[in-house]
Write a protein that binds this ligand. Structure first.
Ligand SMILES: Cc1cc2nc3c(=O)[nH]c(=O)nc-3n(C[C@H](O)[C@H](O)[C@H](O)COP(=O)(O)OP(=O)(O)OC[C@H]3O[C@@H](n4cnc5c(N)ncnc54)[C@H](O)[C@@H]3O)c2cc1C
Length: 377
């Protein structure tokens, strides 16, 4: 194997923790640094599809994920007044022996992955920021440490500083949409994701994340919400939620804690050339990001980790391993980014479906994407 003896992983999200688990399990000495004071502080929920669950199984955390989350196999479509207009089996992209989808609290996912990384021997340090890195693997950390690593994995998220320091000028671009999200208690009637396309928002949806919790979201035109105080944010999301019926009536009643509401814009990007320079390589959102219209960002980050470590273990030469990693990942991740963006563009343009003379073949796009994701990366 090319296998670097000593690796620094920058970032304790899905990409970083998964990479750390796989490398440490293969006998590599791994340091993981996370700038945040705690891994798993994030308060919202996340939708994880079969291809993400397949990686969790490989990482040895599937049982914990299933115990902490909420699994379901059917997706519903509703009109804004809450009427169910379609129910269909969600694609099982991880295989028939895995649920189609699991919702779980984001913080819980991050905590399980970080604990697993530590259990298999990675040295995980929080409140430690990468300050600088050079392509030959020399780093400076916020605790004053300077060190040379055989490999540095920049899994530092959508606004990656590693990406900038490598001189890669790709940046996330806003798509014109913003999303309100709330994390709250679960009404008994919510046992799966139901989506509503249209009404006062582009998308209204929710996902159960455990016996006692859900997250719900409303997608609107990107708006500058930075001036809103937390109570005003809560009131704004409640007002928008009031345009939807069915389970949304109960969700709205439970939206009382302003600290559980957040707002962010959709962005997207894909690093087009190689994802590495010398001894430094990007993974996850650092390399590509998509709007969550297909809920695939974390799954792509997890798949990156799998392929990166497979290639590192398969080659004697680091450059060849990293080049093979980009080659295997860029097309698949790029297709997911493109399809996620396409869905957002159709919504923004109010593009009609083919049967009404338009081009917005949403079921077709979803089916093609699922067929791709069902194949191992
Ligand atoms: C609104 C929204 C909803 C989404 N919903 C879903 C969904 O339902 N399903 C799904 O699969 N995906 C979803 N995604 C995408 C998903 O959140 C991301 O794709 C995924 O979290 C990427 O993981 P990552 O490990 O690459 O990055 P991150 O999770 O962002 O982790 C990066 C980590 O690096 C740390 N870091 C940054 N800089 C430094 C530094 N210099 N030194 C040390 N540490 C550093 C950060 O603190 C952070 O913890 C959504 C995204 C958005 C914006």
């Amino acid at each position: 194997m090319a296998a670097p003896g000593h690796v620094l992983v920058v970032g304790g999200g899905a990409a970083g923790t998964a990479t750390a688990i796989l490398l440490a399990r293969a006998g590599v000495t791994v340091d993981l640094v996370e700038a945040g004071t705690e891994i798993g502080r994030s308060g919202s929920g996340i939708t994880l599809q079969g291809n993400a669950l397949r990686v969790f199984r490989d990482l040895g955390v599937l049982d914990d994920v299933l115990a902490a989350g909420y699994a379901f196999d059917v997706l519903g479509l509703r009109t804004p007044d809450g009427t169910v207009i379609a129910e269909f089996p969600d694609a099982k992209t991880g295989g028939d022996d895995l649920p189609a989808t699991v919702g779980m609290p984001r913080g819980e996912m991050a905590r399980l992955l970080a604990e697993r990384a530590a259990a298999v021997g990675a040295k995980v340090r929080t409140a430690t920021r990468l300050e600088s890195v050079t392509p030959d693997g020399h780093v400076t950390l916020s605790d004053g440490t300077t060190q040379a690593y055989d490999l540095v994995v920049g899994a530092d998220g959508v606004n990656s500083g590693v990406r900038v320091q490598l001189g890669i000028d790709t940046r996330p671009e806003p798509l014109g949409m913003g999303i309100w999200r709330v994390f709250t208690s679960r009404p008994a009637s919510i046992t799966r994701t139901d989506l509503t396309y249209g009404g006062a928002a582009y998308i209204a949806g929710y996902c159960p994340t455990g016996d006692d919790s859900i997250y719900a979201y409303l997608v609107e035109d990107a708006t500058d919400r930075t001036g809103l105080a937390p109570d005003e944010q809560l009131a704004t999301m409640r007002e928008l939620a009031g345009h939807y019926g069915g389970p949304w009536t109960e969700i709205r009643d439970r939206m009382t804690d302003a600290s559980r509401v957040n707002y962010t814009w959709f962005t997207h990007h894909l690093v087009d050339g190689p994802w590495h320079r010398g001894r430094v390589v990007l993974a996850g959102d650092a390399a590509h990001s998509c709007p969550p219209t297909l809920a695939q960002g974390a799954a792509m980050a997890l798949e990156d980790a799998t392929v990166l470590v497979e290639e590192l273990l398969a080659h004697d030469d680091l450059e060849a391993a990293l080049a093979a990693y980009t080659t295997r990942r860029r097309e698949r991740a790029g297709t997911v980014v493109a399809n996620s963006v396409q869905l957002a563009h159709w919504l923004l343009a109010h593009e009609p479906p083919p049967q009404a003379g338009g081009t917005a073949d949403v079921p077709g796009l979803m089916a093609r994407t699922s067929a791709l994701l069902a194949q191992r990366p």
